[in-house]
Design a protein around this ligand. Sequence first.
Ligand code: HEC
Length: 203
Amino acid sequence: MNSFKLFLLMGSLLMSGFHSQAQELDLKHMMESSFQTKGIASVDRLTQDENQMACSTLVKGKPQINAKQQAKIEKTNLSLVAYPQDGVYLGNWREGEKIAQSGKGATWSDKADDVNGGGCYNCHQLDKKEISYGTIGPTLYNYGKIRGQDEAVLKYTWAKLYNSKAYNACSVMPRFGHFKLLTENQLRDLMALLLDPQSPVNQ
Ligand code: HEC
């Protein structure tokens, strides 16, 4: 099972909402006994960080965190975002489209330095020509056309891709830069896919 599928499985189990702490422990036990370390896919992927834990107690599918906790998580995650040092935010949208399409990487049969995909279409609509996409996230069609490319848009979009919890404490979008799933150059290419006026996203 690749990490993305595991992520979705955990997500759907968690989304269904728990009724008791006992059920939560049952799930934890089930996960721990069902998965084993193989290659780079180690079982420590099951260990949640503080932020993930805070968002995992659900009632009717909604995380039980208050506004103060939410603000704290977002502030911490925003402070962990590394912006491009040379100030260049936009790469090549053609490469960005390939990364958005690819769900490769991070499985037990991959190597630690293999290039990962972003799997963006799993959750978002982007290029209108691609009719196979998920709807967990909002449509990103015309993202750049609607928002433009000023400094605030560049920084917000970069930070969202880098660490989605910077703007939504309990975001289910992978934290691509934070967990080193994508490189700085891949993030630039995705930024171009979203923001370049030539990109099919903005046609
Ligand atoms: C598991 C599903 C999932 C995946 C995979 C995913 N996203 Fe998201 N994304 C979301 C969700 C849900 C939101 C909106 C809620 C939130 O803030 O997290 C979102 C929000 C965004 C936003 C902000 C939209 C806005 O209107 O401000 C951008 C930009 C974005 N995603 C880009 C991407 C890109 C690019 C990729 C691939 C590298 C990607 N996402 C992969 C689920 C996902």
